[in-house]
Design a protein. Structure first.
Length: 228
């Protein structure tokens, strides 16, 4: 694998790591709370990190690219797989906006949905529920996470963080991008079931995932400081 390929995957993993860390670092969410509560991450079966753009004059669907990782049976994280999505039902419908989106996959069914990347249209829209934020939990709104299923959504637009509702209408397997990352084509399902070990270049992202335990904002902040 060439140095160029290594550098591309590493730079992308640094970007994804910084985006993910921003959702659990109170200093970046403009308040005393983490956006995503630790309990959510501890129960997550997978995480998708996306950058989504919307041109309202072209319709309500937004398209974005990013990565998805899955928590394996032994508690470790899979190698990242590049994906693209089409989503609808959130944000302003006029003008052009860019949002960072984190999807928390709460069960294996949700992981399977994103493992189907490559099939394009899903045949039905998959709902994403606005995820609870730590501020609400601290205010006494119990999370009640036992047995929760589906996908939680969180967004950051112009420095404003929140849970977000949307619907996934399309999922694309960016196999050409995976080939650039890994030197050969790998489908999302293969990567997310752990058939390929995370390469060293994925360490920035894996470190944030492992450090969060997300072991709290302090651990994530320390990791983020190393990336900057």
């Amino acid at each position: 694998m060439s140095t160029k390929i290594h550098n591309t995957l590493e730079s992308e993993c640094i970007k994804w790591a910084m985006t993910l860390a921003s959702f659990i670092d109170p200093r970046q969410s403009n308040g005393p709370y983490r956006v995503i509560p630790p309990e959510i991450i501890e129960n997550a079966k997978g995480i998708a990190i996306l950058t989504v753009a919307s041109a309202g004059f072209l319709g309500p669907t937004r398209y974005g690219n990013g990565t998805v990782v899955a928590r394996l049976a032994d508690g470790s994280w899979s190698a990242p797989s590049a994906i693209g999505v089409g989503a609808a039902g959130f944000g302003a419908q006029t003008g052009l906006e860019i949002a960072d989106i984190v999807l928390v996959l709460n069960d294996q069914t949700a992981v399977q949905i994103l493992s189907q990347a490559g099939s394009g249209a899903l045949g039905r829209n998959v709902p994403v529920t606005a995820g609870p934020v730590e501020q609400n939990a601290a205010a006494g709104e119990g999370l009640g996470l036992k047995g929760f299923t589906g996908i939680f959504g969180y967004s950051a637009v112009k420095g404003l963080f929140a849970g977000v509702d949307m619907e996934l209408s399309e999922i694309f397997d960016r196999s050409d991008t995976n080939k650039m990352y890994y030197g050969q084509q790998h489908m999302a399902g293969k990567l997310l079931r752990g058939a390929i070990k995370p390469p060293p270049e994925a360490r920035p992202l894996i470190d944030v995932l492992n450090g969060q335990g997300f072991a709290g904002a302090h651990a994530a902040t320390c990791i983020l400081g190393k990336l900057l």
